[in-house]
Design a protein around this ligand. Structure first.
Ligand SMILES: N[C@@H](CCC(=O)N[C@@H](CS)C(=O)NCC(=O)O)C(=O)O
Length: 203
């Protein structure tokens, strides 16, 4: 069976997977779920992913959720590309940045996403100033670390790796959550380099 990805047009987590699959030339069949129609919470989908979130990868009877676990699984199909390196130290550095992103940046991005997009969409009170301030304070603390890292490297760990896909798919959506990243020059240049990839726009 082909690889199937339960995803959604606007999901930045699903986009991480589509971008990496395109880079690796892995064919993935996309199964689009519509949040507004409650398709994330159907019994059928919850049986695959009890979180009711996307993305979920399905390959025969193997089901995998959590976008970063999916990135690792796909990259490990092509060890020769080194996107999740086999050398223990290089791999540990990729994992370091992936965990750092998951622990420090993603929660803050998600707070902005919920306040600025999800709550208005659900017609709930949104744009809570204290939540937005908390998110921005975390981003002000941690994004400069990424900007400095990129000041001397073409990609986050040097060579292209899965962390570039994990981070870029979300940071390129900064305008959507009204996050200003224009002061981070190195992040901006790195995003521009990635966006030149031939598949980037369509993935
Ligand atoms: N940690 C999960 C997060 C997945 C996630 O939050 N996906 C969003 C779409 S980008 C979603 O399904 N949201 C629906 C919900 O939270 O109910 C991952 O990386 O896969």
């Amino acid at each position: 069976m082909a690889l199937e990805l339960y995803d959604g047009q606007r999901s930045w987590n699903a986009r991480k997977v589509r971008l990496l699959a395109a880079e690796l030339g892995i064919e993935i069949q996309s199964v689009r779920l519509d949040f507004a129609k409650g398709e994330f919470r159907s019994q059928e989908y919850l049986a695959k992913n009890p979180n009711g979130k996307i993305p979920t990868l399905e390959e025969d009877d193997f089901v995998l959720w959590e976008s970063h676990a999916i990135l690792i699984y796909l990259a490990d199909q092509h060890p020769e590309r080194g996107l999740h390196p086999t050398d223990p130290k290089q791999r540990a550095l990729v994992d370091q940045w992936l965990f750092w992103w998951t622990a420090h940046i993603e929660p803050a991005l998600n707070l902005l996403l919920v306040e600025r997009r999800i709550k208005p969409f659900l017609k709930q009170p949104a744009n809570d100033p204290s939540i937005i301030a908390r998110a921005n304070s975390e981003l002000d603390r941690f994004l400069p670390i990424l900007d400095t890292q990129l000041s001397t490297r073409e990609h986050v760990v040097g060579p292209l790796s899965i962390v570039d896909f994990a981070m870029a798919a979300q940071l390129e959506q900064a305008p959507m959550i009204e996050l200003d990243i224009s002061r981070y020059d190195n992040i901006g240049r790195w995003l521009e380099r990635l966006q030149k990839k031939p598949y980037w726009k369509e993935a």
